[in-house]
Ligand binder design. Sequence first.
Ligand SMILES: [Fe+2]
Ligand SMILES: [Fe+2]
Length: 210
Amino acid sequence: MTYVTARVEKRLYTTLVIKTLLPQEPLTTLTEHIIYTHHSFTRQELDRLGKLFDNVCSRHGENHQELFEAQKTFYQLKQDLIPHMLKEEQVLFPYITRMEEDAGEGRAIPPPFFGTAPNPVRMMMTEHDTAGDLLQQLRGITNGYITPPDGCVSFQTLYQALAAFEADLHQHIHLENNILFPRAVEMEETSAPDFHKSADEFNEHRCFGH
Ligand SMILES: [Fe+2]
Ligand SMILES: [Fe+2]
């Protein structure tokens, strides 16, 4: 199998998994998939890209000032993504897993400290928007990740890795925004209608963002 065929097959497989298989999986499986596939890749690449940036900036920064701007934007993204993934792993995903387990066994769902699922979901989605904006800025600064003619192999590696990082993060955010979060909110509405109603009343009297 050629490299191109392998890449096309991988893309088709990924599309199949995301469009048809994952949406039907239990929410716990989805959260595990996100953690072990996307969170682990993101952490690994944030670390590797940081070192690649240091290397390429020191070799090419003088002739390519845009590299420093890209590095600054990348660090901003890194500073946002690390606590973002921790919040998902330590707060929202465990709640989703417990809720699904309780609902599956017909037990009452204990109200979470954050009121109701839409509260952390809104916060996560706002942070996704910020990450999306930073990715767009990075794409602009780097001219769509096109290596300049005088760029060395490390320069090319950095830009290719950034493009792959961007693609993975878009897929990761899509899974959370469009599959996991709406299904979790719907499950809470269906499995804990009373609790959801009182949370709605509570939220009406609460002002977020202050
Ligand atoms: Fe995530
Ligand atoms: Fe997220």
